[in-house]
Write a protein that binds this ligand. Structure first.
Ligand SMILES: [Zn+2]
Length: 248
């Protein structure tokens, strides 16, 4: 069975018919990145792509294949900075330079516009990817040769729900926390093994999740597929509503 909103699964006439019906293209960006020993590495582009896919089923439109490139750091690192070895890059995470990401996203936006899309959703499934996309949209005044750009990130549409369900966790929006782990579970429950959460600190593998408090670790262990589904569905509904509003 095919998904009639995924670019790579459509035949040319089907693509053109869908594009005519809803001239919006969704494009999700994110790196392969450590999110703790419990998570498979593709959570960032994976969740962003899935939110886009579900949004396209509501708004119409076409989803480009996930772009597995994003920069590290805030502000995002240049290639020169990465080559100094002075910045932690948490292998086996794989980030690329901000200049490459800027070129990739910039050219994709130009090509989408040349193909006749009227609106592009640039979804950064990773903090520095979202901030770069937002910056690029600002530089273009939200418009690339007649195509509007709508940029967003992983928590743009669900920060309220993540905070409400945070319990006693003082930082419910933390990297690799309950919210991201739950969404990764919703993508595929085999992508997550919650029994590994307590192994993060003693492990020799570097992780941005080292040093989390017991409260935070308990929060991650409370992640469920159902919570991940709620977050992905809610983000998709809210994003699709904004897209429909823009398409008019
Ligand atoms: Zn993430």
């Amino acid at each position: 069975m095919r998904d009639m909103h995924r670019w790579e699964q459509l035949r040319p006439e089907e693509f053109l018919t869908e594009q005519e019906r809803a001239p919006v293209v969704y494009c999700a960006f994110g790196p392969m990145e450590d999110h703790g020993l419990q998570n498979a590495l593709g959570v960032d582009p994976g969740k962003a792509h899935e939110i886009c896919r579900r949004a396209a089923h509501i708004s119409g439109g076409i989803v480009f294949p996930m772009v597995p490139f994003a920069p590290a750091g805030a502000p995002p690192l240049s290639r020169e900075q990465m080559l100094t070895g002075e910045f932690p890059l948490f292998p086996p995470s794989l980030f690329v330079s901000v200049e490459l990401c800027r070129n990739v996203a910039g050219e994709l936006f130009e090509r989408f516009a040349a193909l006749g899309f009227r609106l592009c959703v640039g979804f950064g499934g990773h903090g520095p990817a979202a901030s770069l996309l937002k910056q690029m949209a600002g530089e273009h005044n939200g418009d690339v040769t007649g195509m509007s750009l709508l940029t967003c990130g992983s928590t743009t549409y669900t920060a309220d729900i993540i905070r409400e369900s945070g319990g006693d966790d003082p930082k419910p929006l933390s990297h690799g926390g309950k919210w991201e782990t739950a969404m990764n579970m919703a993508l595929n429950s085999d992508y997550v093994d919650l029994s590994r959460v307590r192994d993060i600190d003693p492990s020799p593998i570097p992780s941005q999740l080292k040093g989390r408090t017991d409260t935070q670790l308990r929060g991650i262990e409370a992640a469920t597929v159902a919570f991940g589904e709620t977050l992905i569905d809610t983000a998709a509904e809210r994003l699709a509503a904004e897209v429909k509003g823009r398409l008019g």
